[in-house]
Ligand binder design. Structure first.
Ligand code: C2E
Ligand code: MG
Ligand code: MG
Ligand code: MG
Length: 287
């Protein structure tokens, strides 16, 4: 009896595994097609400067976030395809597309808006991209082909990715040598800690939304934000508070001297046209 139940469980497990593998294979095939048929696109979320006089600088920068316009499933968010892309060797073409698109859009804003254009564009990287031999040369080639000023491109790596991996650290130093900015994304969620921040050649630390969302309700989270800002500052790094959704969260991170903020409170990620409208409606720094 027990054996039969175990066998049944085993069968259920196998079936679930097979279904999962089949679904992965489907997504993989569809993603190959998506790249060919240009179903991927990029939206941009504003990153604002939290000025010390209390004003907000709306031209500080934007973060590029990839989306997939799926023929039947609608708009697919990156959590539903980036991991698959990494596992099946498609992150190269996906990542290169996002990087090139972001640089081209940045140059377009520059040409159209001049000094009113966002001063920085941030692009997310995954581990698999950084591990690819020759990838730093690809970045260099995209910078040259688009005319993108390296100092206005920020590449974002997650904390778990960068900590304790000497290969990755070497790659980050090579990227720094191109003149691009580096940011440590989702800080506070991974293994590394404040004490290992100095090991990484990053210019910016992005404090994860899980801390910022409780900045105004939890003393514990507020203290962690305060400590992160202080340590980052002492290492010459800037801090960005991610996922600000309310005025009171904005007030708290500003009071902790966080240099920049990002979140739905300021703006959701926007298509390029909508971004231009948003910038136009926030032309001067506001209180
Ligand atoms: P991330 O780099 O930490 O990006 C911030 C994410 O938080 C975005 O989700 C953004 O839409 C969301 N967000 C921003 N403000 C708020 C807020 O106030 N509240 C809430 N609830 N969410 C907010 P998205 O676009 O779904 O991207 C998720 C993650 O996918 C990104 O996290 C990044 O790690 C990854 N990703 C996005 N685009 C790319 C890409 O082109 N390449 C790679 N490798 N990863 C990407
Ligand atoms: Mg990011
Ligand atoms: Mg992040
Ligand atoms: Mg995050």
């Amino acid at each position: 009896e027990a054996k039969r139940a175990g066998g049944a469980r085993h069968l259920v497990f196998e079936t679930a595994m097979r279904e999962r593998a089949a679904r992965r294979a489907d997504i993989e095939a569809e993603l190959r097609l998506a790249i060919e048929q240009e179903q991927l696109f990029v939206v941009y979320q504003p990153v604002v400067g939290l000025l010390s006089d209390g004003r907000t600088d709306h031209g500080a920068g934007v973060e590029a976030l990839v989306r997939w316009r799926h023929p039947t499933r609608g708009i697919v968010p990156p959590v539903d395809f980036i991991t698959v892309a990494e596992e099946c060797g498609l992150i190269g073409p996906v990542g290169d597309f996002v990087l090139e698109r972001s640089c081209r859009d940045f140059m377009d804003w520059q040409a159209r808006l001049g000094p009113a254009a966002p001063r920085l564009v941030a692009v997310n990287l995954s581990r698999a991209q950084l591990g690819q031999p020759g990838w730093v040369d690809t970045v260099h080639a995209i910078l040259c082909a688009t005319g993108m000023p390296p100092g206005q491109l920020q590449l974002e790596v997650t904390e778990s990715l960068a900590a304790q991996d000497l290969d990755i650290q070497q790659r980050l130093h090579e990227l720094k040598a191109l003149g691009v900015k580096l940011a440590l994304d989702d800080f506070g969620t991974g293994y590394s800690s404040l004490s290992s921040l100095h090991l990484l050649p990053v210019d910016t630390v992005k404090i994860d939304r899980s801390f910022v969302s409780q900045a105004d309700t939890s003393n514990h989270h507020r203290v962690l934000i305060e400590a992160t800002v202080k340590v980052a500052q002492s290492l010459g790094m800037l801090t960005v508070a991610e996922g600000i959704e309310t005025q009171s969260q904005a007030d708290v991170v500003r009071a902790q001297f966080c240099a920049k903020g990002q979140g739905y409170f300021y703006s959701r990620p926007l298509a390029p046209d909508a971004l231009l409208d948003w910038l136009a409606s926030h032309a001067a720094p506001t209180a």
